[in-house]
Design a protein around this ligand. Structure first.
Ligand SMILES: *[C@@H]1O[C@H](CO)[C@@H](O)[C@H](O)[C@H]1NC(C)=O
Ligand SMILES: *[C@@H]1O[C@H](CO)[C@@H](O)[C@H](O)[C@H]1NC(C)=O
Length: 490
């Protein structure tokens, strides 16, 4: 904290933007050195749905409240996450401070372009009537608002738009259409690659959409219509909101062997856009799936990581932390829950060096299969299988595509940003632990790591060598320019 203030006072340069992340085959990777990037994420929406407010002058979203972001970035950095997923955003608000704080903490963003307000999402009950130029203008505005932040690496074109048989018949073409429109817009109006994909409901356990429908949707969205690599309506990634691993269950009991089998030939990255079953409700989650997801060779090879649902405890009880004052999540103190401790421990136990050393240059890339109705297992049940049914861009939206949309607040990382926050952090025993949760500005655009830095005081007490040394590294790198600058002044 004091160090970064000193840096700012000396006019030192900003913490650098995080390195660009792209996709090769079924993995995300760092463009710079070709290393794989595994998603170790957290869903972030303090206050749940009410984290997003759209009335008149009291308008906000989870990335428009800097005091809240400062507090939470420190906690999430300490946990060791490298991604947050944020669901509902207003394109016309300023997000610079929040996004800069997360960037400087070494954390990437994956963002949903849709929100609950009318005209800003595809209504799954009636996709046709909600896919129109007003909707497209809104999602393009979200791209405009966030494309300038280099730590934004992905947009979700949709989330759980297929839950039953009728939706499985009608909606897949619309998901491909929205994917295409976003990808085309980004290609035309952004100077870098930002991935576009979809977050599916886990329909394996026989919901109305049919038990194969999650596989069908992956096939539907991931194939290429003419067989070409750069098919614009093909998803860049496919994600699933999965809650099948509960409590102390095993890999087998959780249906994971079938997941590996179903998806091992994937041509595009697959990850869990939400995971962390909370049954039995009320007892702390052990997060045993972490060891499998990031430790088993078959999982590491097939999948690209996952996003734990979710940062704050809301009515549905999936939280890692509790707000002392649920009415005011912005200025509330934060209490870590046992779930936080358990997840943190699970992350710390993974051999991340092994993952870091996976180079995408050696990987076997599966080319996208050519789309064909034969690849759809639930075709006879009515699952969409006609690839000529993808609606074209509404003509009223062509101007947005050609000239870009206006009315968004275009984001830009800030040169300097304050990390200090006034709220208190309590550990899961109620002890105040603010000192352990001061955000460490990552030097040289380093991505946040796990085992995590446990704040300037070193590790949180379990004698973790690597945690302590990563803090030392951060401090040393921060000090060097300060010392140099002081020397120059003298
Ligand atoms: C998770 O938390 C509970 C309650 O503190 C504890 O009994 C359990 O051992 C923890 N699990 C792990 C894997 O740390
Ligand atoms: C590749 O670059 C990323 C981003 O800077 C870094 O986190 C990772 O450790 C690097 N990989 C290796 C093997 O050095």
């Amino acid at each position: 904290m004091r160090l970064s203030t000193a840096l700012a006072a000396l006019g030192a340069t900003a913490a650098a933007a995080l390195p660009q992340v792209e996709i090769k085959g079924n993995q995300f990777y760092f463009t710079g050195n070709g290393s794989e990037f595994k998603i170790r994420g957290l869903a972030y929406q303090p206050g749940g749905q009410s984290a997003f407010k759209s009335d008149g002058n009291d308008k906000f979203d989870p990335l428009s409240r800097p005091d809240q972001c400062r507090r939470d970035a420190a906690v999430i950095q300490s946990l060791g996450a490298n991604v947050i997923r944020v669901y509902n955003l207003h394109a016309d608000l300023n997000h610079d401070e929040c996004v800069t704080v997360f960037n400087n903490a070494g954390i990437y963003l994956m963002l949903d372009v849709n929100s609950p307000v009318v005209n800003t999402h595809i209504n799954k009950e009636n996709a046709k009537s909600t896919y129109h130029h007003g909707y497209l203008e809104n999602i393009f505005k979200v791209v405009e608002a966030f494309k300038g932040y280099s730590n934004v690496i992905a947009f979700f074109a949709g989330n759980e738009v297929i839950d039953d048989k009728k939706q499985a018949r009608d909606n897949p073409p619309y998901i491909r259409a929205v994917t295409r429109d976003l990808k085309q817009y980004i290609k035309k109006h952004s100077d870098r690659f930002i991935a576009v994909g979809y977050a599916a409901t886990d329909t394996r356990s026989a919901s109305g959409a049919g038990k194969d429908s999650v596989v069908d949707l992956w096939n539907y969205l991931g194939c290429s219509i003419e067989g070409e690599e750069d098919d614009m309506s093909r998803a860049d990634f496919f994600a699933v909101n999965i809650y099948s691993w509960c409590g102390d269950a095993t890999f087998e009991e959780s249906g994971y062997p079938e997941l590996v089998k179903d998806f091992e030939k994937t041509s595009l990255p697959i990850f869990w856009s939400e995971h962390g079953c909370n049954e039995p409700v009320g007892s702390p989650r052990p997060f045993n799936e972490i060891a499998a997801m990031y430790g088993r060779d078959d999982m590491v090879k097939t999948f690209a990581g996952g996003i734990v649902f979710e940062y704050t405890q809301e009515d549905n009880k999936f939280g890692l932390v509790k707000m002392a004052d649920t009415k005011d999540t912005e200025s509330s103190d934060v209490e870590l829950m046992k779930d936080f401790d358990n997840l943190s421990k699970q992350y710390d136990d993974v051999d991340w060096n092994k993952i870091k050393n996976i180079k995408t240059e050696n990987m076997q890339v599966v080319p996208p299969p050519k789309c064909s109705s034969d690849m759809i297992l639930g075709k006879s049940n009515g699952f969409a299988s006609d690839f000529s049914a993808i609606p074209s861009l509404p003509s009223e939206a062509q101007g947005f595509m050609d000239d870009g949309v206006t009315g968004a607040s275009p984001g830009k990382l800030m040169d300097t940003v304050d990390y200090k926050f006034p709220q208190n952090i309590m550990d899961s025993n109620g002890k105040q632990v603010n000192a352990q949760f001061a955000l460490v500005e990552m030097p040289d655009a380093k991505v946040n790591d796990a085992p995590s830095n446990k704040g300037p005081g070193g590790s949180s007490g379990d004698g973790d060598e690597s945690a302590a040394s990563s803090v030392a590294l951060a401090s040393a790198a921060l000090l060097a320019p300060v010392v140099a600058a002081i020397a120059a002044v003298l």
